[in-house]
Ligand binder design. Sequence first.
Ligand SMILES: [Zn+2]
Length: 471
Amino acid sequence: MKKIIKNGTIVTAADTYKADILIENEKIALIGQDLTDPSAEVVDAEGNYIFPGGIDPHTHLEMPFGGTVSKDDFETGTIAAAHGGTTTVIDFCLTDKGKPLQNSIDQWHAKSKDKSVIDYSFHLMIGEMNDSVLEQLPSVIEDEGITSFKVFMAYKNVFQADDGTLFRTLEQAKKLGALVMVHAENGDVIEHLVNKALEAGQTDPIYHALTRPPEVEGEATGRAAELTGLADSQLYVVHVTCEEAVEAIAKARKKGYNVTGETCPQYLVLDQSYLEKPNFEGAKYVWSPPLREKHHQEVLWKALKTGDLQTLGSDQCSFDFKGQKDLGKGDFTKIPNGGPIIEDRVSILFSEGVKKGRISLNEFVDITSTKIAKTFGLFPQKGTISVGADADIVIFDPSVERTISVETSHMAADYNPFEGMKVTGQPVSVLSRGDFVIKNKEFVGKLGKGNYLKRSRYGELTSSKEELYQK
Ligand SMILES: [Zn+2]
């Protein structure tokens, strides 16, 4: 059915203006003043902003980790995402060394297709680079539309790839038109520091942070950036947390290397002291890389403003405190890494970023949606309010004040890391390809309604590569 969204203020990465939107056949058909169509359902958005649906470039739904599986799957995870104003997620498909890549991709399709309530896509983890993997990559891009490859520089003996694999992946990505994403921490040094801590009987959650200090993130980020320059390739650094890593990215960008970076809400508003909470509650705040000392937060905010960091991902990877996080009691290395973030990503950036004057409204849209669509080959189908784009739309009340809590959250985990945090602004209604997924804050979507998105090659949809890595 056709819809007209009336009286809202449309906000894109470039403009802010009042206009009506006509939606037809899943797309934005017309934008203009005083639109009328007797056959259309009228949605009144008076007093609200109209944003392009948020895109979360970094999720781990139903992901096996350390003998357990992340709590939110493609059902609860995408419902929570929609409540939070996100209409597309890109999840990481993990692979097993020595096994066909397609096996892993098929597994990810199997767990998402009947559940996802919003559109979704996959990145592919590259654990090793050899002739067999090389042969498989063209079909991953061509048939699956997976145009971003993730390389882990940490998690020794689990996900970690060596520098040769990273470099060859960068070379292949350039050749094939893909983007390389790195988890940048020096896994070898971390392993040594972790062993030393355990030998000294240092087993509490805080040692998770102390054994992976900012220097190991800064070093790995700089190494990946230099290898990108050498390969003349393109790099996206996931979950940047600290000044050392921001400096490495800024330095590479100054040299003209095509290096971009993402941060996450937890690093913008939470800090290392949370890991010292009593009664093992510090385990709720175990991410890799870890939360940092507070002074890093302003560096991250500034980088979002200047464009040395471009995007905000959630790194959604939730575990219950009871029954999952507590696997690490008496040994911090056994605490599953990650947290429930997907629902609060957009609201936290709006409240802490826009409302507190750190970024503009248009920058907020760019950071949570537009730049992500451009970077990952989805623009302008996703990431903007323009004629012909998918009608992925968030109707957002910028004035409502509320407190984040596990009680009102739609994520499956038994705690919320932002518990008690006051935020201003909330999505009221959310549309995915023209249909309501959230209507007046209630979920009205359908399981399996989300489409799998094949993405374009890196840079294919934009006029120039410069546009992608410059702000
Ligand atoms: Zn992650």
